[in-house]
Design a protein around this ligand. Structure first.
Ligand code: UDX
Length: 451
């Protein structure tokens, strides 16, 4: 108790991407409410401190990456992360040394995003407990454990055999080898290298995951077995605390527009903060949405159509049709949109945050995963929880129209919504007193108080 009064400090190290920053800041806020002081350490690529007004009392510290920005920016995401880790270790150690001097050696824990594994070295050197924080699903972590044990060369050869592709991954039914998240993220050997780095838990005392036991019970059990350290599932964090850390400005006018639509009639389309689309796919989407005759709210991020600033590549007739039947924004208040009674379905790339946010509002989904672990999330939504279905990656207008009708108008969509509403209640119960995520957070807090 005495230690709590002195407000022990927790150091958070997020990865520079919206889908990672948001849950990390939610975790920070949850721990702050439990009596800890929070310091956020970010590299110059992060911009979390730009929303510091939403986190009163938090301290923000920037460390320099020693590789020039011009070099880092040319790298693909996997190489970027590997290089970022190589170049940040020393400056992070200096930063922790400084913080220890300022804090009278009282840092309770370093909590770092799984991709920021350079933090492990400083935790070890200064003998500070550390937790790894994962912002994606447990099934993704288990898939990584599987990939980390394989050789990229052998995997490529083996996967030429259709029988291997269809083979189920041990104890992870319905996951097949061809579902493992290897596509679209860069060279396979570098991906496997990154998986090995992430799975190597170094000196971390535990792994915290923004997931929920009732959604991912068997991957969580398998993960605990693979890693051999406690795994805490304390999601969905956005129900426990709201912590706006938007790196883009939300356009709230879409809520006014939603207010004028019929209950459960609107399909909401958003592909998260990273995905890029080609003009052809955007045009097919536009025609398919218009032909479905359902109102739609469509987030098109600036720069998300390859080669264009925004939607200037759309022909005038398409822009006109889209504005007559739907509403386009650059960035929406997504959670508020999903909880709006007019929203009947979510067309999503199945990022893990979007997946959790949709389930929490009981909104069924059309799954259009692009790469990496989004395909795993789509598989869970379709085959395990049965609250969504996947569309072909080659999007064409007829398929878009059919998918929207199937989800919003047809009986099958209504059944998915019913199942989503059941899951919604389970997730809400998990963060209430006595629920699995509530208990996990309590356990973490007790550990940090007594360490
Ligand atoms: C990335 C990966 O793609 C994802 O698979 C991984 O799980 C986390 O990192 P991202 O692509 O941005 O994330 O998707 P997602 O995880 O869904 O996160 C997007 C976040 O942006 C959500 O919290 C969502 O609420 C928010 N958002 C999105 C908005 O607030 N407004 C928008 O208009 C769109």
């Amino acid at each position: 108790m005495e230690k709590m009064e002195a407000k022990r400090r927790i150091v958070l190290v997020p990865v520079p991407a919206q889908g990672h920053v948001t849950p990390m800041m939610q975790l920070g806020k949850a721990l702050n409410l439990k009596g800890f002081s929070i310091t956020v350490v970010e590299g110059k690529f992060n911009k979390v401190s730009s929303s510091s007004q939403n986190f009163p009392g938090f301290e923000f510290v920037t460390i320099p990456e020693s590789l020039p920005e011009s070099v880092l920016e040319k790298l693909g995401p996997i190489e970027f992360l590997i290089e970022l880790n190589k170049t940040s270790e020393a400056s992070f150690k200096d930063c922790i040394a400084q913080l220890l001097l300022q804090q009278g050696n009282d840092i309770a824990c370093i909590i770092y995003d799984e991709y920021m594994y350079f933090c492990g070295a400083a935790a070890k050197e200064f003998k500070i407990p550390s937790f790894i924080f994962s912002t994606s699903s447990a099934i993704n972590q288990v898939s990584r454990c599987v990939l980390s044990k394989l050789s990229a060369e052998k995997f490529l050869v083996d996967m030429e055999d259709p029988e291997v592709q269809e083979k189920l991954v041990d104890n992870l039914n319905p996951l097949r080898y061809k579902d493992l998240p290897t596509s679209g993220v860069g060279p396979l050997d570098r991906l496997f290298e990154l998986c090995r780095e992430i799975v190597n838990k170094r000196t971390a005392s535990a792994v915290i995951i923004n997931t929920v036991k009732c959604l991912e019970s068997s991957p969580l059990t398998r993960l605990q077995h693979e890693l051999g350290i406690p795994v805490y599932a304390l999601g969905p964090l956005h129900i426990t605390v709201s912590a706006a850390s938007g790196l883009l400005e939300e356009d709230r006018s879409c809520i006014e527009w939603l207010n004028k639509q019929k209950p459960r009639s609107v399909i909401y389309i958003s592909l998260g903060s990273i995905v890029q689309m080609q003009t052809k796919e955007v045009l097919e989407m536009a025609w398919g949405l218009a032909n479905s005759n359902q109102p739609f709210l469509w987030v098109i991020r600036p720069g998300s159509i390859t080669g264009f600033e925004w939607i200037e590549s759309l022909p005038e007739e398409v822009s006109k049709m889209v504005s007559e039947r739907g509403y386009i924004v650059k960035w929406a208040p997504q959670i508020e949109v999903l909880e709006h009674p007019a929203v009947g379905g979510f067309w999503s790339h199945c990022g893990w945050n979007s997946t959790l946010e949709s389930i929490v509002e009981g909104v069924p989904m059309i799954c259009r995963p692009f790469d990496g672990e989004q395909k795993l999330n789509a598989l869970s939504l379709e085959s395990i929880w049965r609250i969504g279905f996947q569309v072909q990656s080659e999007v064409e207008r007829g398929g878009v129209e059919r998918a929207v009708k199937r989800l919003i108008v047809e009986e099958e969509g209504a059944e998915m919504r019913e199942r989503a509403l059941v899951l919604k209640e389970k997730l809400k119960a998990s963060v209430r007193s006595g629920g699995s995520s509530y208990n996990a957070l309590e356990e973490i807090v007790n550990y940090l108080k007594t360490e």
